[in-house]
Design a protein around this ligand. Structure first.
Ligand code: AMP
Length: 216
């Protein structure tokens, strides 16, 4: 197996969170989701959380300097030394350049980047049917990834909720942010020959198989 420093890039609702969880379990690397880190910060009412909450609810991006600080600290943790899968970072070219330097500094080989490609019209439908565990962050979908008991997390038994930024107005803004700020990150890694594109349309298991094949 090639070394596992992976970045999964995808529009909001592309399934990147669900797939990143599965890839992390498969490769035994930590799943590092900056969205999850920020949602935890909001829940705990930390300074970071108070700053991030209104920005996230509007669908805009949290400033780069905050995000680069968060990811720098997280990648310093011992569990990330042998590899990781990043979900939701980098989202701007500036973040990507900072990450490239961090990873080069570790001297453990190059990143591999996957763009999970899903058409916009599929995205809006998926996002509005998404549910999240209020405790452990596990992801469900009222259309195709239902929990065993409605409204209850299979993993930890806590209540499932909709994300406050999954309302239609915020989804549109998040999609705009993706096209304007994150697609240039895709181009950044394409030009470095680190990019693979995987079709993210279809059932979760089928998409995971495509990802497996592209990572192997
Ligand atoms: P996600 O769970 O990845 O969809 O992230 C939810 C929200 O958190 C985004 O819409 C942003 O407001 C914020 N966020 C997460 N990751 C980043 C990042 N790398 N840069 C800026 N904002 C971020």
């Amino acid at each position: 197996m090639a070394q596992s420093k992976l970045i999964l890039i995808g529009a909001p609702g592309s399934g990147k969170g669900t797939q990143a969880q599965r890839v992390a379990e498969w490769l035994h690397v930590p799943h590092i989701s900056t969205g999850d880190i920020l949602r935890e910060a909001v829940k705990s009412r930390s300074e970071l959380g108070k700053k991030a909450e209104p920005i996230m609810a509007s669908g805009a991006l949290v400033p780069d300097d905050l995000m680069v600080g968060i990811i720098g600290e997280r990648l310093e943790q011992p569990d990330a030394k042998g590899g990781f899968i990043l979900d939701g970072f980098p989202r701007t070219v500036h973040q990507a350049e900072k990450l490239d330097r961090l990873v080069e500094g570790n001297g453990n080989g190059a990143l591999r980047v996957i763009h999970l490609l899903v058409p916009d019209e599929v995205i809006v439908r998926r996002v509005t049917s998404r549910r999240l565990c209020s405790k452990c962050g596990a992801i469900y979908n009222t259309e195709h990834s239902r929990p065993k008991v409605e409204g209850v997390c299979d993993r930890c038994g806590a209540a499932l909720v909709a994300r406050p930024d999954d309302v239609e107005s915020a989804v549109k803004k998040r999609l705009d942010a993706f096209h304007q700020q994150t697609m240039p990150v895709v181009e950044h890694y394409r030009s470095k020959n680190l990019l693979k594109v995987v079709d993210g349309n279809g059932p979760v298991d089928q998409v995971f198989e495509r990802l497996e094949a592209s990572i192997r």
